[in-house]
Design a protein. Sequence first.
Lengths: 99, 501
Amino acid sequence: MAAISREEVAHLARLSRLAVTEQELDVFAGQLDVILQSVARIGDVAATDIPPTSHSVPLTNVFRDDVVVPGLSQEGALSGAPDAEDGRFRVPRILDEEA
Amino acid sequence: MTTTVLPPYDDVVARYEPVIGLETHVELGTKTKMFCGCPTEFGAEPNTQVCPVCLGLPGALPVPNRAAIEATIRIGLALNCSIAEWCRFARKNYFYPDMPKNFQTSQYDEPLCVDGYLDVEVDGEMVRVEIERVHLEEDTGKTLHVGGATGRIHGATESLVDYNRAGIPLVEIVTKPIPGTGAKAPLVARAYVTELRDVIRSLNVSDVRMEQGSMRCDVNTSLTPAGQTEWGTRTETKNVNSLRSVERAVRAEMIRQASLLDVGTRIFQETRHFQEDTGDTRAGRSKEEATDYRYFPEPDLVPMAPDAAWVAELKAALPEAPRLHRKRLQEQWDLTDQDMQSVVNAGAVELIEATIAAGATAAGARKWWLGELARRANEEGIELSTVGATPAQVAELQQLVDEGKLNDKLARAVLEGVVAGEGSPREIMTARGLEVVSDTGALTAAVDDAIAANPDVAAKIRDGKVAAAGALVGAVMKTTRGQADAKTVRELILSRLGVEG
Ligand SMILES: [Zn+2]
């Protein structure tokens, strides 16, 4: 059985706002299935004595002090934006009604 | 839109049992953001407090703010929570431009603090509100919507985004469902948010101002028909921006849900928005697949493992709980429950406390804050703490009264000047010449003038009609423009006329 269905790929594409064609769905579903099946094989060798881990380095508590560090100017912040207005990023409106 | 007749509240609580729940967001008052060193001051020009980290630029790496973690642990401890020995941040993925990263760094199944409670008092009765979790996340940017209405091509609506607020540490406090409060549910909700605000304020980690958005509240409400055990479907009401609105929102939602359940309509689990003007709730946006946030552990942040000794140290240093603190003050100030309640309702607890610390008596401090100043704050619709007088000034004013330099009327005039920003009470008294006339020479002259000008009255007094002295007191007060002590004037009149008081 495939690790990911065509419908799941379509769903993820929709959540990510990616325009994926019907043909691409077939291609990506197949490719993602290979990746997921390969990764799943790690589960075969992971015995109960190996705890699941989300980070590859055994570090905890990496914090910084509450000290201001200069950031970007407004001009710098907006320099990479496709569009701007009144010092703000201009983007397409996403929802009809705003919270 | 709807023709449903809303049932009276008493009917609703007779036939249904409400279950409420509250999610509160508190913006922390740290100097910098959660994961970068950008400043957090309010009111800066748009996009001037941003950097590659909070703009989510490629390659930028977040590092958590220790002060924000400490503040969150302190909030958890103050709410009687257990602090996680190990936990992680998570990515909450969603597609909306208020976060430039396309995800919000939050916490999912491993919150920093869990399983606490907060006791609140409602009508003299204690209600224990169980706390499910306290977790740390980051605030979003502010979006401003333009287009359409401004005459652009139809449908070409756009949003303008300012990311100054994006990344400011935000603490989310979630209660467990609160059943069994019946008709008091709206009051319990309000009392909880009030108490929570006081607790957080006592920790000095946020200014917790609902009207300015540094404290925001979502209210969950459901109704269960009386006699049934399975809880009804709940709705979540947002846009609840004041303590009063918390109460109104729960009540309005209870009535609305009852009106639907009465005719067999089912309640949809949905987000609703409280309408400040009408006091009811309206259906909000329905975000398709909104709950599919695809949380996963944040790979760019290593886990947090708060050191037990550090947590113990923070716990030992917690201030007294506001509820206990108030109890102690009430005893010290020798107030009845009702009097203390007026002090609390006026938001005067800390102000009176500080005024006493500045040298005033409890009675003196309470008199000014609950009297003249509370009246002004009420009239202007502002908080008492922003009325324009400081505890030190009020203490000084009371001291001048106690020294006999000001009488009540003059003190009120001086306070007027204080609120208007004219200076300290002593300065205003001198500048405006408001001091009580205590120079007996000047006063005696004024008394003699009054006697000379009113020979008939003087004769009556000499004949023993002491009550007639009132007319002469009035005359003297007039010539001294109210700046004399009436009792002293009376004594002086009687002694000048050779009559025993
Ligand atoms: Zn930043």
